[in-house]
Design a binder for this molecule. Structure first.
Ligand code: AMP
Length: 196
């Protein structure tokens, strides 16, 4: 199985690129943000618990997100692998993921990090706020999400740098969507020439 993490700060284009990569390499796209938003929209107990946390731009507790992801990883729906988008977001989540995968003899094969300068991220997220009206895309929450990324999420990169199973590709994400897609495709192909 091919297990890929799409990594990067909020606004770096993970969601957009994830759809493309998932299709091209026949991976199950697993977005924890999408899953949590769907729960919140349906007004489930879980959704009601996480909605205020998401609206403030904070991370939901590790144990909760690990339970959510565990229920999804068991079923890859006939795809040849999994593309994780928005998970893991803390070193504790990464360790939990590694342990889950190890139990079934798997590991994270590739981590693709989309690198975009912070002023561009803010600009993009404000643009998305106008277009999509996401509850957490406002200036105050955006700044908090970027701070949370630097503090809690960026260290996940070092966690995988220390993991000999996982290849790391840092991609310049400050370019038109199709150019970034091309760079990601080249990176995945470098590791999996037979994957496409
Ligand atoms: P995203 O769509 O990936 O930007 O996620 C939106 C929000 O969902 C985040 O700001 C968090 O509040 C929550 N969230 C998504 N994924 C995670 C995760 N792996 N750990 C904790 N919170 C998460």
């Amino acid at each position: 199985m091919l297990i890929v993490i799409l990594f990067g700060p909020p606004g770096s284009g993970k969601g957009t690129q994830a759809d493309y990569i998932a299709k091209r390499y026949d991976l199950q796209h697993v977005s924890t943000g999408d899953m949590l938003r769907a729960e919140a929209d349906r007004g489930t107990a879980l959704g009601n618990e996480v909605a205020p946390i998401m609206a403030a731009g904070n991370l939901v507790p590790d144990d909760l997100i690990v339970r959510v992801i565990e229920s999804r990883l068991g079923d890859v729906g006939g795809h040849r692998g999994i593309l994780l988008d928005g998970f893991p977001r803390t070193v504790a989540q990464a360790a939990a993921l590694d342990a889950m995968l190890e139990r079934v003899g798997e590991h994270v094969d590739l981590l693709i990090c989309l690198d975009v300068p912070e002023d561009k991220l803010t600009e993009r997220l404000l643009g998305r706020a106008r277009e999509e009206g996401r509850a957490d895309d406002n200036l105050e929450t955006i700044q908090n999400r970027l701070d949370v990324y630097q503090r809690d999420t960026a260290p996940v990169l070092d966690h995988y740098r220390a993991n000999s199973y996982t290849a790391i590709e840092v991609i310049d994400g400050d370019a038109p969507i199709l150019d970034v897609s091309g760079r990601i495709r080249d990176a995945v192909d470098r590791h999996y020439r037979d994957a496409a």
